[in-house]
Design a protein around this ligand. Structure first.
Ligand code: SF4
Length: 207
């Protein structure tokens, strides 16, 4: 079986470009709100990611890094994952810099997952199951613009497009297990030949 993973990562890249444009357009309405000058280090919050397609896209970026940098990030990911696994309710209790963050910048910014892209501006999503869900702006946004912003980013079309793409990918790979990982865990899969997502790449490479 041959599954061309790049078909999926290119589509994801295009969805992310649309999202980045929508995010930027809304940021302009808030006086060009940006991360510039913020020392909050939101990349120390624990973000969990839920799709294989984001995983493949992030690893595409990771594989483009020089070997020495990849080794360093794998080591950082091990340390991160150790702390993560030893912390009770890490989403709430762990503050630790993401292994991809260097000098307050994401080394794989172009490839970062959905959760990292949405972070900052307030948003909402209309879910057919859970109804309307609201997402607060980050700490700095609320400090500048207050807790009740008038305009919010509609995340619905982006979640929907990523979910549709994920379904298409999983159907092709026949992979239906639950997926929930930190960036560190995604990176560590690069070192695990038994990881199912690695097998996805094997398929891509035509083995
Ligand atoms: S992937 Fe990049 S943007 Fe997301 S938490 Fe890590 S360093 Fe920050």
């Amino acid at each position: 079986m041959f599954v061309d993973i790049t078909y999926f990562t290119e589509k994801l890249s295009s969805i992310f470009s649309e999202l980045d444009s929508a995010y930027q357009a809304l940021a302009e309405k808030y006086n060009g709100f940006s991360c510039s000058g913020c020392d909050d280090l939101c990349c120390s919050s624990v973000f969990l990611h839920f799709t294989l397609v984001e995983h493949f896209f992030l690893l595409e970026g990771f594989r483009s890094l020089p070997e020495e940098k990849r080794k360093e990030i794998i080591e950082r990911s091990r340390e991160y994952n150790l702390a993560y696994s030893k912390t009770s309710r890490p989403e709430v209790n762990l503050k630790l810099l993401c292994p991809l963050n260097y000098d307050n910048l994401c080394i794989l910014y172009r490839y970062r997952p959905l959760g990292c892209r949405f972070y900052g501006l307030p948003g909402f999503m209309e879910s057919p199951v859970k109804g309307r869900q609201e997402f607060k702006g980050c700490w700095r946004f609320e400090k500048i613009h207050g807790p009740s912003p008038e305009v919010k980013l509609d995340r619905t079309p982006f979640y929907r497009k990523v979910a549709d793409l994920e379904k298409e990918l999983r159907d092709r790979l026949r992979y239906y297990q639950r997926y929930k990982k930190t960036v560190a865990q995604m990176i560590l899969d690069e070192t695990n030949p038994d990881a199912l997502v690695m097998r996805g790449y094997d398929i891509f490479e035509g083995y």
